[in-house]
Design a protein around this ligand. Structure first.
Ligand code: HEC
Length: 221
C-alpha cells in the first residue's frame, strides 16, 4: 500500500520526520505537566560546590557518568530514590548525561565520603580493583577557579532569581567579603584528606580542584 512512499525519497523522509517527532512529543509533552520548581527546602549550590561542578564539566566526568536515577527497582535499589525534575531547578546546565560507563552519581553524596573520593580520584583501580576510570592527579595541583564560580552564582541570581541572598552581587568587594566563607568550606573538606599537596595549598589560602570537586560530589544527595 505504501510502496509509492518507499520509492519517493522526499516524501519518505518527510514521513519519517513526522513519525519520529510524534514519538518525541509523546516523551516530551507529559514533562510540561511537571513544574520543575525547586523542591521545598532546597538550597542553591555553594560557591565551592559550583567550582567543583565546573571541574566536573572541564574534566568531562559526564562522558562516563549520568546524574539521573530512573524510576526502576534495579536503579532505586542501587542508587536510592529516583530523580525528580525539581532537584535540578538550580542546575545550569544540568548534567543528566546519557552514558554510563561508570555508575550514576546523582546521590553519590549519600554513600561515599571525602576520604574515599580522595583515594579514588588519585588511583581508581587501587580502590576498586579492575576499575577503568582514569586517575585525576592534576586535580591535586591545579587551583580551582572560585572567582568564576562566584560570578556564576551572581549571574544566575540576577537572571534566573536563584535565591543566593542579598550579599551576592557584582564587584570585587562583594567577592572579597564572600571568599573567606568559601575558604572555610574548603578547609572543612580538606580536614578529612591526607594528600600533602592539598594541605600545602590550603595553608596558602588556595583551593585545589579536587577539594571543590569533592564538595560538589558530597552535595549530590
Ligand atoms: C572513562 C570513563 C570514566 C570517566 C571519564 C570518569 N569515570 Fe568515574 N567511574 C568510571 C567507572 C568505570 C567507575 C566504576 C569503577 C570505580 O568505582 O572506579 C567509576 C566510578 C566512579 C565513582 C564511584 C561511584 C560509586 O558508586 O562507587 C565516582 C565517585 C566517580 N567515578 C567519579 C568520577 C568523576 C568525578 C569523574 C571526573 C573527574 C569521573 N568519575 C570520570 C568511569 C569513568
Amino acid at each position: 500500500m505504501f510502496h509509492w512512499l518507499e520509492k519517493n525519497p522526499f516524501y519518505f523522509a518527510a514521513a519519517i520526520s513526522i513519525v519520529i517527532s510524534f514519538a518525541g512529543l509523546i516523551e516530551i509533552v507529559p514533562n510540561f505537566a511537571q513544574s520543575g520548581k525547586p523542591l521545598v527546602g532546597m538550597k542553591p549550590r555553594t560557591v565551592l560546590e559550583l567550582a567543583g561542578k565546573n571541574v566536573y564539566m572541564k574534566d568531562n566526568c559526564m562522558a562516563c557518568h549520568s546524574q539521573m536515577i530512573r524510576p526502576f527497582k534495579s536503579e532505586t535499589d542501587r542508587y536510592g530514590d529516583y530523580s525528580l525534575s525539581g532537584e535540578y531547578a538550580f542546575d545550569r546546565p544540568f548534567l543528566w548525561g546519557s552514558k554510563r560507563t561508570g555508575p550514576d552519581l546523582h546521590r553519590i553524596g549519600n554513600y561515599r565520603t571525602t576520604d574515599w573520593h580522595e583515594a579514588h580520584m588519585l588511583n581508581p583501580p587501587k580502590i576498586v580493583p579492575g576499575s577503568i576510570m582514569p586517575a585525576y592527579d592534576h586535580q591535586f595541583e591545579n587551583e580551582a577557579d572560585l572567582e568564576t564560580a562566584y560570578a556564576e552564582a551572581v549571574t544566575v541570581k540576577n537572571v534566573f532569581h536563584t535565591p543566593y541572598g542579598p550579599a551576592f552581587h557584582r564587584g570585587q568587594e562583594a567577592w572579597d567579603a564572600h571568599k573567606s566563607k568559601v575558604l572555610e568550606d574548603a578547609k572543612k573538606i580538606a580536614a578529612d584528606m591526607k594528600d600533602e599537596r592539598v594541605k600545602a595549598m590550603i595553608a596558602e589560602g588556595k583551593v585545589p580542584e579536587v577539594v571543590a570537586l569533592i564538595a560538589y560530589m558530597n552535595s549530590l544527595k
